[in-house]
Design a protein around this ligand. Structure first.
Ligand code: SAM
Length: 309
């Protein structure tokens, strides 16, 4: 599991001299990000296995977890740990090996490295050092949950784990709600621990109100389940039934009315008190990032309502 990483914008390698990709099989040299299964050991690509077999070193979040995948596929390559607590310290040594021509694979315990998992800082350092960085793609719990949820697949916003503490989680959710009121409209995805699921759903329902959502559990495993419903119903269900296993929470975008309508109306009413319909619509469209045509139509309605009453 990986917390937010520091972001240094000065990482780019020389755009006139990019590293060369010399093979369809990643891992002949450079750093290669290899996705592993999220539950079912069969969910790993042939190319990912060939890559793991061909590299000089495999960096693993937990070598004991990756050992199962390697043993199941008769891969005997050396493994070393790379996790949240040693990533920074390991970067200089790993870059030196990569610069000497080593091929190194990075895997996490499950799914795609970097996504709520270690590796981001190493990837940026490798890019900055001009080292080839490539990947063997595969499973990811967030994307699978999104596609199974029945909610709009794009745009989507992947948020990793919400803060564990109640106050921090609420402000995180309220900030997103604020972004919606300013015009964001996206399906949102979080990873969540089973013992926090009921609280998370209750907070989601209180901040986002009536909203379609889905809870995807144990994907690709024996007890896989996708429970779809509105936020309040899901919150009620999981308050009464303790969830088990690995979980992804998916929340659909608000309708125009739910996500920003009330706020837009409030801004329009204020603007219409002193401005023409055209100017009020332009001002509110620019303040909320909503299309001027939509706001203009709503301003006409509001003006009509107030004149009729
Ligand atoms: N990098 C991984 C990926 O690509 O999906 C995710 C790593 S993150 C540390 C682990 C979290 O992902 C779990 O706590 C759970 O929220 C989610 N997750 C992983 N596997 C899952 C599965 N099979 N079903 C549902 N959620 C899963």
């Amino acid at each position: 599991m990986q917390d937010d990483d520091a972001y240094d914008p000065s990482f780019l390698s020389d755009p006139d001299d990019p590293p060369e990709l010399d093979s369809a099989l990643p891992g002949k040299h450079g750093l290669v990000l290899v996705s592993t299964p999220i539950g079912n050991l069969g969910d790993v690509s042939i190319r990912a296995l060939e890559t793991l077999r061909g590299v000089d070193l495999i960096l693993c979040e937990d070598t004991r977890v990756t050992a199962k995948l390697l043993q199941a596929n008769a891969i005997g390559v050396r493994c070393e740990p790379l996790h949240e607590h040693n990533e920074d310290a390991r970067i200089p040594g790993l870059l030196a090996r990569l610069q000497q021509g080593a091929s190194i694979a990075l895997v996490s315990d499950a799914g795609t490295p970097l996504l709520s998992d270690p590796g981001f800082r190493l990837v940026r350092a490798a890019i900055a050092a001009g080292i080839l960085v490539t990947g063997a793609p595969g499973a990811n719990a967030a994307v699978l949950a999104l596609t199974l949820s029945g909610l709009p697949p794009h745009p989507f916003l992947f948020l990793g784990f919400a803060p564990a503490r109640a106050a921090a989680r609420l402000s995180h959710l309220k900030a997103l709600r604020g972004a919606e009121q300013a015009g964001l409209s996206a399906t949102m995805i979080w990873y969540e621990a089973p013992h926090r699921l009921a609280e998370m759903l209750a907070d989601l329902a209180s901040v986002f109100g009536a909203r379609e959502a889905a809870v995807a559990r144990e994907l690709t495993k024996r007890f896989e389940e996708v429970r779809r419903g509105d936020l309040a119903g899901l919150a009620e269900y999981y308050a009464a039934h303790q969830a088990r296993g690995e979980i992804v929470v998916v929340v659909g975008p608000g309708t125009a009315e739910a996500s920003g309508g009330a706020e837009i109306d409030r801004l329009l009413v204020t603007a219409l008190a002193t401005m023409s319909v055209k100017d009020a619509a332009a001002a509110v469209a620019s303040a909320t990032g909503t299309t001027r045509r939509v706001i203009y139509a709503r301003a006409l309605e509001l003006k009509g309502n107030s004149e009729a009453s």
